[in-house]
Design a protein around this ligand. Structure first.
Ligand SMILES: C[N+](C)(C)CCCC[C@H](N)C(=O)O
Ligand SMILES: O=C(O)CCC(=O)C(=O)O
Length: 470
């Protein structure tokens, strides 16, 4: 059975639909080069900027980008996910060194002694309960070497030149050498992009299944990971039961709005969410360095008025549309950094530690990992004013895609139906409303959400192996 199927029953590569946009560095470099030629500008601060082309060249040198870009170039902005993993090959002992199959080098390579010694898993080197390293890495003798290593049924035993004894399971050694561990490290999974037609068959789970069993919780999180959102029907229409539901995933994130939120149009917090005006499709927390990973809404009541429909847009789908429609615009929104702020509450003006692009990509895999889009909270654009028209042109195309009837999914929330969505992928909004409308919900950190997802799908042992920890 291939490692791929061993690792993740959730992933089914044969049907995986594109989850991520891959911006080829060569194209990004060309866009920058054009920008540089016109305005001698890179990344905002000439003295600090490192021309992306040089970063691209550095990244170009790593083979893991070559096959990703190849996939990208051959498949027009998209990459089938996840990259197929090689069969798990058993490590072997050769001339007093340990060889493991590296899918980076596509061959068996010798594992460096320092790495092996530093990753000894015995109870004096790793805390058995906390899984933290106890060993002082930098006290390992510089000339550390294997004095003797013996293959056993399930692993390899090593006697070191400093007298230490180690034992490594074959599974640990094999998985630590793989570069494609990102599937587990990043909690990647099957992704289905959607349009307004999702209305016919939206992802739904039942409250009881989620509350009563981890099987139900896993099903919910897998649907959120696949579609970027999922309803939970049958939820008792109370803040208490809604909070309990969300805490099945992880603790609620505290912000300047408080923790678990229960709000209405009373400007209790000085944000337009606390009014009755319409809100365009946006992602929340663009003013935070780390926007919440999940956001939830549970409409508890709406009396003496109407409107207040909810809007969802698949940002990854819209990004794919933009990439196909105008790759230069896509690249510009992937490069130009935009500032954001939250400054309504007294004594508060929050910004992230740096400006971020609308479309944020993983610097190593080039996968699209985050959409940051909120015109209400947007501040300065990190681009010389004489250049900024290009950003507005690109952003205008993006906005048009978000507002297209193909991509807008309008739904009417109701008591008992909790909406939870991936705030790094799915944009949300609402129509204007009248009357008294009460919504509760909460934010959950992305890392806490993905931790729960990975624990339910692979378990701690496999996750730690993917990190070369256990
Ligand atoms: C969700 N809750 C009502 C607590 C706050 C809403 C804040 C919305 C903010 N403009 C943003 O985009 O993040
Ligand atoms: O009131 C709503 O339906 C959504 C409010 C909103 O967009 C937000 O809280 O971020």
């Amino acid at each position: 059975m291939s490692l791929h199927r061993l690792l993740n029953p959730v992933i089914n590569a044969r049907h995986a639909i594109v989850p991520n946009q891959v911006v080829s560095q060569s194209r990004v470099s060309r866009v920058l080069h054009q920008t540089r030629r016109r305005s001698r500008w890179i990344g905002g601060h000439k003295s600090l900027a490192q021309p992306l082309s040089s970063i691209a060249q550095r990244q170009d040198s790593s083979s893991d980008l070559r096959d990703i870009r190849l996939a990208h170039q051959n498949s027009n902005h998209v990459m089938q996910f996840p990259p197929s993993l090689p069969a798990l090959s058993r490590p072997l002992v050769h001339e007093n060194s340990i060889m493991a199959y590296s899918d980076n080098a596509n061959k068996f390579v010798s594992i460096p002694d320092i790495w092996l010694r530093d990753n000894c898993q015995c109870s004096s080197c790793v805390h058995e309960i906390t899984k933290q390293r106890l060993l002082d890495t930098f006290q390992i003798p510089k000339d550390i070497s294997i004095k003797l290593c013996v293959e056993e049924d399930y692993g390899i035993r090593v006697s070191w030149s400093d007298g230490h004894e180690s034992y490594y399971t074959s599974d640990f050694l094999a998985k630590s050498a793989l570069k494609n561990n990102l599937v587990i490290r990043q909690g990647l999974a099957k992704t289905s992009l959607w349009t307004s037609s999702i209305e016919r068959n939206p992802p739904i789970v039942e409250y009881d299944s989620v509350i009563k069993s981890d099987v139900g919780l896993k099903d919910w999180l897998c649907k959120i990971r696949e579609f970027g959102f999922c309803y939970v029907d049958g939820t008792p229409p109370t803040p208490e039961d809604t909070e309990k539901l969300l805490e099945r995933i992880a603790f609620i994130r505290n912000t300047h709005y408080g923790g678990f939120y229960d709000f209405t149009a009373d400007l209790a917090s000085k944000d337009t969410a606390y009014t009755s005006i319409a809100l365009d499709a946006h992602t929340d927390n663009t003013y935070f360095s780390d926007p919440a990973g999940l956001q939830a809404f549970h409409l508890l009541s709406h009396t003496e008025g109407d409107g207040g429909a909810s809007l969802l847009v698949d940002g990854f789908k819209a990004a794919q549309d933009l990439a196909k429609q105008d790759s230069e615009a896509y690249d510009l929104l992937s490069i130009v950094n935009v500032h954001a702020h939250a400054s309504g509450n007294d004594g508060i003006s929050i910004q992230p530690y740096r400006a971020f692009p609308v479309l944020l990509h993983d610097p190593h895999t080039h996968h699209l990992v985050q959409v940051r889009w909120n015109s209400s909270d947007r501040a300065a654009i990190d681009m010389p004013l004489e250049e900024v028209q290009r950003w507005y042109d690109a952003a205008g195309k993006w906005s048009k895609l978000l507002r297209s009837s193909e991509n807008e999914y309008w739904c009417q929330l109701a008591p008992g139906r909790v909406l939870v969505f991936d705030n790094w992928r799915v944009l949300h909004g609402r129509s204007a409303f009248t009357g008294k409308r009460r919504i509760c919900g909460g934010y959950i950190n992305r890392d806490d959400y993905l931790s729960r997802f990975k624990m339910l799908n692979w378990g701690q042992e496999e996750v730690l192996k993917s990190l070369a920890v256990a």
